[in-house]
Every structure is written in structure tokens, then in C-alpha cells.
Design a protein around this ligand. Sequence first.
Ligand code: NAP
Ligand code: ZN
Ligand code: ZN
Length: 347
Amino acid sequence: MFTVTAYAAPSATEPLVRTTVDRREVGPHDVLIEIKYAGICHSDIHTVRGEWGETPFPLTPGHEIAGVVTRVGAEVTKHAVGDRVGVGCMVDSCRECVNCLAGQEQYCLNGMTGTYAAVGRDGTVTQGGYSTHIVVTEDFVVRIPDGLALEVAAPLLCAGITTYSPLHHWGAGPGKQVAVVGLGGLGHMAVKLAHAMGAEVTVLSQTLNKQEDGLRLGADHYYATGDQETFKKLANTFDLIINTVSARIDVDAYLSLLALNGSLVNVGAPAEPLPVNVFSLFSGRRSFAGSSIGGIRETQEMLDFCADRGIGSEIEVIPADKINDAYERVLASDVRYRFVIDIATLS
Ligand code: NAP
Ligand code: ZN
Ligand code: ZN
């Protein structure tokens, strides 16, 4: 084992502080990554505040990791020293179940290993990317294409893949009406990706405050959900709605915006259940679904797609001592559109 500098939450009610975490020695199939940038995902905040259940403290969050390989194990074939690489929300899975074999490791039937707050296959609690280095098995490390700067690539590892996967699965493309609820970290990536896939894109935000940005990012239309007229005007419109809101929404109201056979796909992960009236599903044969991140193969595909189309995340780079302030701003929906920690400020 060796020790690296990190930021960690001591408990659910205390701010994150500078500390150290232990990393395992680089095994035959492992790579050691010097982390350059780490994005701040709202899931980091849900987790360190204990909103999703018990969190193992102290905890170093961070699952939008971009960096450079500085050492590889003797049997590593996929990555080499000097490669620009990323790590997202998973660092391992069983690799044997039907879902793993299909490249859908995020749905591993034996439980994928989260990048932080999970018990790793070696029995230790995983610690995430708000740190200078991480050791990850080569199969869960992806290549960051040359055309993407590391800081704008970092948020693609969660916000990017979490929106790319359902857009792809539910067929966002030419002739499709896609709405994105919530213009935050995930939402702004959903807008960029759906636009690049050729869909007609509508942003549904609480207010019109970010309208100019939304249109610049690729949206064709922008509406405020705080205005009840929006729900009347857009009734029966969308083939696909991606809900990225981190808090409770009125699911029935959003289902009423779906066209025949449309799907409302929830990627937002509030702690509270979201009640649904089944009659909202009957009319128009609508679906209410969920989606979790994406597999490793699909994550690489998404990164290549982004590099090809010149798509990166819109970011605000912060030093590590501003992490707690950034959390407050995310909670106040004051993020434009992802905070990314410059890990050089940690060491
Ligand atoms: P974020 O940057 O905070 O964005 C969430 C957006 O939702 C806000 O910018 C805001 O947009 C809107 N919003 C916030 N509170 C709201 C409220 N009370 N009512 C209505 N709208 C509200 O968060 P994020 O990092 O994108 O993450 C979003 C959610 O996805 C989180 O719950 C996170 O845990 C979850 N997540 C899920 C997965 C998955 O695999 N399914 C992966 C990553 C994250 P406007 O200001 O435009 O209204
Ligand atoms: Zn995330
Ligand atoms: Zn599995």
C-alpha cells in the first residue's frame, strides 16, 4: 500500500478536508493514474451527505477522473505509461454474469464496484478521484482521445455517459423530439449529445435564467417549468424525456408531455420515491424508465463520439480548497455547468 493526498468528508455533516487515502500496490493487471482533473457530480453530494443510505466515512468522492498513466502492471496490455485516460463510476465488476459479458457492467448481477463508497473485490472501501493518484484494473480504464482536453473530458466519465447511454438506447436522432429536464451537469451534456445525434431538443428548466446558454449548447427550444402554461403548451409532444433533476418532480405532469409510445427516463436520483399515477401511463402507452451510467465499451464509444464532434463539458475549474463552496453552489442550481477540481492544487 501507499498513501496519497486527497480531500475527504469526515462525516455527513462536516465539510470536506484535506487528508490522505491508501492505494493498493499496482498489481499485474492494474494501472497507476496520476489524476489531473476530477469533476464534481451531484451524486458525490448525495453520497457524502448520507442521502442514499449509510456512507462509509471518512470518504473521498469523485468518479469523473481524467489523468495520465504513470505505471502499469506486468501483464497490462490496454494502456501504457504516458497515456491520457479516464475512470468513471465503476472500478470493477464480476466480469462473469450475463450483463458483464454483454458489456453492461453497470448492471452486473453480482454488483459492480463503485469508484467510491463501495467494498472493492479486495475487501477495502473504494476511495474516489478527489486525490492525486488512483490504482485501477486496466479493464475499467478508458482512453481519452487526443482531441479532448483532460479538464473538459473529466465530466464525460459520469455526466456524459449517463446521458449518452439512454439517448442512444431510446433512439434519440433525426425526427425525434427530445426534452431534457434540468440544465445542470447531466442536463447540459444531454442537450449537447442529443443535438449532436440529430434530435430536436427542448430544455425544461425551472426558470428562463439559463435560456441563452441552453440555446447555445444546442437546444432548439427552452421553457420554464415554473410556468404552468408550459405543461399545457407542450402536452403530448416528446418521444423521449430525460429527467436529470436531483430532487423530487411531479412525474405525472412530465408524463403528460409524452407523445404516443413516448418514454420518460429518469437519471436524476433523489432520495425520495417518485410516485406515479398509472393512468398517466395508460394514456398514450407511455413508459416511465430509469437508466444507470453506461458500460465500459459504451463509455469509450461516447468519448470517441465527443472527440469526433468536438464536444466537451462546459466547466468551471476550481482549486481543491473551493470544493465545499462548489457543493453549495451545485445545491443552489448555480453551476455552469460542471465544477472540475484542478488536482495540481491538492499536492
Ligand atoms: P446538478 O448539476 O445539480 O443538476 C441538476 C439540475 O436539476 C439543476 O441544475 C436544476 O436545473 C435542476 N433542479 C435542481 N433542484 C431542482 C428542484 N428542486 N426542482 C426542479 N429542478 C431542480 O446535478 P447532476 O450532477 O447533473 O446530477 C443530477 C442527478 O442525477 C443527481 O440526482 C445525481 O445523483 C443523478 N445521477 C444519476 C446517475 C445515473 O447513473 N442515473 C449518474 C450521475 C448522476 P435547472 O436550474 O435548469 O432547473
Ligand atoms: Zn456522477
Ligand atoms: Zn457481473
